[in-house]
Write a new protein. Sequence first.
Length: 333
Amino acid sequence: MVKVAIVGGGFMGTTHAKGYKNIGVEIVAIADIDKKAKEDFMKTYNCKGFDTAQSMMEAVHSEIDYLDVCIPTYQHEEMVLLAAKYNKHVLSEKPFALTLEAIDNMLEATQKSNSIFMIGQVLHFWPEYAKIKEWVDQGIFGEIKLATAVRLGQHPISEWYGDPKKSGGGIYDLHVHDIDFLCYLFGDVDEVYATGKKARKDSWNFVDSTLRFKNGVNATAQAAFGITDNYPFSMNLRIVGEKATAEFSFSAGFNLEDIASARNSLMLYRNGQEPHQEPTSTRDPYEIEVEYFANCVKEGKQPEIVKPKEVRKSIQAILGLIKSLETGKVVKI
């Protein structure tokens, strides 16, 4: 049985834990500075509890296969380096990190420790997004004329999300989903341009981005990190090609908590054919993600669906978009 220790017992940590429980991965321990969160987690998952990741790793490193990092973005580097220090595999939530320097430190450390390493870019595992990726790779669209991605959500309750020094703001925490997935679809970015508005401690929380890819595809993406409080969490991806158009639409409750009751549809429109409605999945994409990583650990292989060096390129694009927001200019990547 694969065994994991988790850092962070908040929303994402418990989301991962639910997935582990369903797929038979043993949760050995939780580390969380919040006493109630830690104790609730220990009770629910019958595991050991610690106040810090360091004390947890000192105590249980010999019992686990990997560390799952579900804490604020600015702490990701420290946790990944800790896992590498103990020669453990590591799954770290998105965003990768706030700087390329931090990312490169993580890549170097996990390479030296021979750690299996993945960033939790969950859209790669979201069945409907994965189906669109499959269609793109199959070439059913012909020449792609444009791609559009939208993601609208309320601002999370936890205060650290509002501090750009900790979360990076909406452009990192929310927009990165779509920027990363567009890179996953179309490869390396050539240049970017963005407009937007700041909110909450100088964070870029409302962003419209344009990306030109080296393969000639043009794409746009929009993010709102703090939409009005009665508006449902929503996301959309549309691919328009010479031979086909696809659109995925998703609408849930407050920032994905109501994912099970979400309204979603994936449509494919091909020239000369009737519109096709693709069946949608009810399985939690986060469960699919953690199952994939656990299987990578079990089989001793690096992930292929999410490669950290490719996710680094997504952060390069995010940094370019921030520069464009600040200068009002097109930025080469």
